[in-house]
Design a protein around this ligand. Sequence first.
Ligand SMILES: Cc1cc2nc3c(=O)[nH]c(=O)nc-3n(C[C@H](O)[C@H](O)[C@H](O)COP(=O)(O)O)c2cc1C
Length: 305
Amino acid sequence: MTKIGDITLSSPYLLAPLAGYTDIAFREMAREYGAGLTYTEMVSAKGLIYGNEKTEDLLRLSPLEVPSAVQIFGCEPDVMAKAISSIKADIIDINMGCPVRKIVSNGEGSALMKNPELAQRVVESCKKSAGSRPLSVKFRLGFDEEHINCVDFAKKMEEAGADAITLHGRTREQFYSGVSNWDKIKETAKAVSIPLFANGDITTVEDVKAFDDSCVSGFMIGRGAIGRPEIFSELQGLEIKVDKVEQILRHVERLREFLPAHVVVNDMKKHICCYMKGVRGIKELKNAVYNAKTLSELLQIVSNR
Ligand SMILES: Cc1cc2nc3c(=O)[nH]c(=O)nc-3n(C[C@H](O)[C@H](O)[C@H](O)COP(=O)(O)O)c2cc1C
């Protein structure tokens, strides 16, 4: 049984927060295919406090997201705590792994791995604010090859009150290059007594098996789910036949429940190219998709496949 704090998850396979991809419709589809938890993409704690409209959109949760999880980023303990008090989700995740320069130069995201004492104060403060709701932290191996501190950092997060950890087996310096270091993930899982979710390059049942006999509690899937939400069923051993066009139409229809057509057109372009990855004539399809101006034009292109 997979748990975060007192909350039991229906499966150990979690959909990673993916800025620009894990919109509410995509998260619903991942849930229907069996994801045990889905997260909003990261939102700024400051943005939340100042009532930024885009942030509110990003935080919209679906009734299918039970339990629900929201990810926030920031580095000021008070600001983070205040932001959490306004969040309605069941589980709060703190991003300490984002490698993006703009975020890191503000001392946020993976920059916190260089400042474990501040990271601890952030978690302590967030924990108080979250009340009985579980708090998880997502981070990387370390800032760079010379500063791999995930084992010690994980212990510090546990000490500060984190209820779970997700570890992406790359350094900040690597961004998304190289391979995720699963051995380091296993070593870190052994060092803590809270659940640890393995992340990075996990896409098949064989990948999951590589963690057999380790202390890992579950798996977070990111890029492997883009264009393939059915991965959550496949990881549970189910054989799934998917009609890509139908899946795209389903995604569009759901997104339309929440967003106006002109926003959906732009959001769906990248998704469609991911759904259609590998099909014959993908180059021409991509061109047509990116040139589409209206939703009906976009749907026509997809339906003609
Ligand atoms: C396009 C993109 C957006 C991402 N956005 C976030 C984010 O908002 N929050 C976060 O913690 N990680 C984010 N990540 C990192 C992923 O959650 C995950 O840790 C990483 O992709 C490794 O897992 P994977 O190999 O399964 O993709 C993002 C990654 C990508 C490729």
